[in-house]
Design a protein around this ligand. Sequence first.
Ligand code: GCB
Length: 606
Amino acid sequence: MKKTITLILICLFAIKVKAQEQIMVNAYNRQATSLNGYWKYIVDPYENGFYNYRYEPFENQDNPGNGAYFTNAKRTNKSDLIEYDFDKMDSLKVPGDWNSQKENLFYYEGTIWYKKSFNYTKSNDNNRVFLYFGASNYETDIYFNGTKLGKHIGGFTPFQFEVTKLLKDQNFLIVKVDNERKKDGVPTLNTDWWNYGGLTREVKLVETSSTYIADYHIYLSNQDNRIIKGAIILDGKDKSNQEITIAIPELGVEKEFKTDNNGKSEFEINVKDIQFWSPTSPKLYDVILSSGSDKITDQIGFRTIRTQGADILLNGESIFLKGISIHEESPINGGRCNSKEDAQKLLEYAQSLGCNFVRLAHYPHNEHMVRLADQMGILVWEENPVYWTISWENEETYSNAQHQISEIIDRDKNRASVIIWSMANETPISDARNNFLTKLTTFTRAKDPTRLISAALELHSYEDIPNSRTIQDPFVDKVDILSFNQYIGWYDGGIEKCKKIKWIVKQNKPVFVSEFGAGAKYGLHGEKDERWTEEYQEYLYEETLKMLDQIDQLRGMSPWILVDFKSPRRVLAEIQDNYNRKGLISENGEKKKAFYVLKNYYDSNN
Ligand code: GCB
């Protein structure tokens, strides 16, 4: 009986915490108090801080905080039994993954408890305060001044909580981060990248007026490029019937609108002489939103994006996506990227390769990436971490995937650079998978009807046509861009095979090759048929590019991958040493020969 009650309590709790929604966009541009820096931590592989000796989560205890639970308790007299003390522990830097900060945490997968103490004084008594996390991998439980704020699942998207009522002059924040891989998770147990754990992106406090601008979406209409459309949402007790002003000084726009009873105002603004955002002219306008008590400024580009037959039309003109795939691994210090400099260096590498497009694989990257892409004029594919075979039949897994794409749309919907939402990567066809991805696509289109949808699919062949390659996937009907990964010459035969392939692509849609590549260790030279040499990779790029040029509908590609990246699957000593070596650049920034093959191809494809 007791067990049943406990189970019910756990379920109710799970439902309660799952309902957490985005309550603040544009945290990036708002005035904030950073909680970055050094945080105390306790490594807890046995979940000692979460469960007591009866193995019940401490939320279900009558008196949480007693005993051995990690609540920042302190001994008050010599006989107190408290078997931990955060303040006596070592520190980890936030933002940052733990694997690359401490040698003994390199392979660690499990729970780490973080603690940060800080003082805070509001600038105005009526103001509200939000606690914002850029991302934390993978499952995060958050406790503020001893009260549980909630739980967040998913390693690459932002989340936040209002802490106005709990805030004191002196505060402590305890965060349990668990990066254990889970069969029903998104992603699932198996991936080809390092499972970096921890508070990998910034943590900060954002203070707003009591009624504040909680959300907005401002974009150029895909149907009429003389109309800026949008919506703005206020939250707070004075949210209804409020006057809001939208100003874009450079366009001579200053318009007033009124919010409805829900605090929302939808609007359309006619504009003249707009300079469209594009890779060759990444024009961003200052857009100033003001409500009675709040004011925020964002830098927004205006462009249209749609497909027509096999063409991708950016501002009405056909564009070829000269892309490259990128993992979010720091080209400066290794480990998960966590700074603007990391993002800048990766995007500069991409531009030096002649790219106008990047595929951010295989999960949402740091917000610096898309903000810089906006500024630098680089188009972006953002991807949900639905990778390989996840638990298609599990409803929790579906809501998890939907929640993750939803959070990234919330964060990046105002970025002109982002043109594609990718649902998934290399997902073998089955009814359950088709239904899952179709549902996810319907959700994404409804949430953001202004962008294109794709997914990195698998390649097929006709049994009766030798060396044929095609896409026979019912999910293709649901996407705007037909993308697939292919490894002819690496996993699929030798490089000579490229010459024999017969492409049979029947769909009248833009074709995008989301991956191809070969492993090469920088500085290793040999014959062009010798695996792992730069010459092999170079030859594979030459032959692949010729082969792909035969696809009439080809409108772009993002070869695998910009920089060598860490993966526990890659164990070949002296060659891989825990790195996937398909990068065109080594982890030390050295360009391999194939880099120049792709660069020449892109440079001559203007
Ligand atoms: C793929 C995956 C990518 C891997 C790559 C490889 O198809 O999409 O995540 O890293 O192949 O190197 O095998």
